[in-house]
Design a protein around this ligand. Structure first.
Ligand code: TTP
Ligand code: MG
Length: 370
């Protein structure tokens, strides 16, 4: 049995800005271009839910958003807080969300030799599909879905909405059903009932034009659409008609396209059997790790790295990392060994270890893999 989930963050950019400014809680927020007192150019990237009540959404011209905010203010409602987009930040948060989802999926390699990767496909900055078939039942899949939601709240202080169904199509429609902070489960025997009353616009790919064509055939809901034959749909919609015919029935067999694990770094660390400050004891650990990493890289299909990170944890648990980025990418084990030992020596003397503390753990990581 196939069980597919779709996760979509709620008012993503706006929620990220909101969590950084707790005093804005509950206020209407629009993220996007600068409104410049009503003269600004550009559009809204997204609005949080209170701002959506004023009619502001993604792609609303920023001047229009400003007007709507002014109208609200005149009615005694709070004006919209306009914030300019910080795309880099959203990218970083996005990566964290994706790795939270990833960590709940089976098939996460327990070690670097295990090839099997969980089926997860990121489709935009704030959405992804993932395969929960391994759960074995929709009940279990629901439990995983709520654990993921909880984890996202705890770790990132953001809410996500998840839809679960027998395929990507139904999962996507389900995740749109109870936004924000929703979890909608549609098992196979409920697909038709679930879709029945929804507008045909809820089907991905049905935009304003297709909606209008269908409206001319008196089709508004998915139930209406199901009354049309495949031939009829083809004559109105062209080739796409056949696909639409299947979508109206909740049928979809497109695969979750598996990607490489999100983290593009490989590392190893070891706690020593005994805390030590002896070069003779410590150096072989660091050198062996460096050598292992080159092997792991090959197994993961990477040929070169550019950044080396060395981590040392002292006996008192103080942990220090030092990184070095090489001028050119390399795949050479000898180059890695040489840099890692150079980076390690200062930890044995006053430079990085003035208190002469013993070392408890050492780790090496390579990044910027290609
Ligand atoms: P969406 O998931 O479409 O929107 P959202 O997360 O803001 O709100 P919700 O899912 O709760 O309805 O898009 C994700 C982010 O992508 C959004 O926060 C901002 C950005 N975006 C744009 O910059 N322009 C756009 O036209 C859209 C639709 C989104
Ligand atoms: Mg979203």
């Amino acid at each position: 049995m196939r069980i597919i989930a779709h996760l979509d963050m709620d008012a993503f950019f706006a929620s990220v800005e909101e969590r950084e400014r707790p005093y804005l809680k509950g206020q209407p927020i629009a993220v996007g271009a600068d409104p410049q007192g009503g003269k600004g150019r550009g559009v809204v990237s997204t609005a949080n839910y209170p701002a959506r009540e004023y009619g502001i959404r993604s792609a609303t011209p920023i001047r229009k958003a400003w007007e709507l905010s002014e109208q609200a203010r005149k009615k005694g409602l709070p004006p919209v807080v306009f914030i300019s987009s910080g795309f880099r930040k959203y990218g970083d948060v996005s990566a964290k969300i994706m790795s939270i989802v990833f960590s709940h999926l089976r098939g996460v390699p327990k070690n670097l030799f295990e090839k099997e990767s969980p089926a997860m496909e990121q489709v935009s900055v704030d959405e992804c599909y993932f395969d929960l078939s391994f759960a074995g039942s929709f009940k279990k899949a629901e439990e995983i879905g709520s654990k993921i939601k909880k984890d996202v709240v705890e770790k990132e202080h953001l809410t996500a909405t998840i839809g679960i169904g027998p395929n990507k199509l139904v999962a996507k429609i389900a995740s749109d059903f109870e936004k924000p902070d929703g979890l909608t489960i549609v098992p196979p025997d409920q697909v038709l009932n679930f879709l029945q009353p929804l507008s045909v616009r809820k089907i991905p790919g049905v935009g304003p034009k297709a909606e209008e064509k269908l409206a001319r055939l008196r089709v508004r809901t998915i139930a209406d659409g199901r009354k049309l034959s495949e031939e009829k749909l083809k004559s109105v919609m062209g080739k796409w008609g056949s696909e639409l015919y299947r979508k109206l029935r909740g049928e979809d067999d497109s695969p979750v396209v598996v990607e490489a694990p999100p983290a593009k770094s490989i590392g190893e660390q070891e706690t020593l059997p005994e805390d030590s400050l002896s070069m003779k004891v410590l150096l072989p650990y660091v050198e062996r790790q460096a050598k292992n990493l080159i092997g792991y890289m090959g197994k993961e299909g990477f040929k070169t790295f550019r950044t080396i990170v060395l981590t040392v944890r002292f006996a008192d648990f103080e942990t220090v990392s030092r990184s070095r980025t090489l001028p050119e990418p390399t795949g050479s084990a000898e180059t890695l060994r040489r840099h890692v030992t150079q980076m390690f020596f200062p930890f044995l003397d006053r430079q990085e270890n003035p208190g002469k503390k013993k070392i408890r753990l050492v780790g090496v990581r390579v990044e910027k893999l290609l």
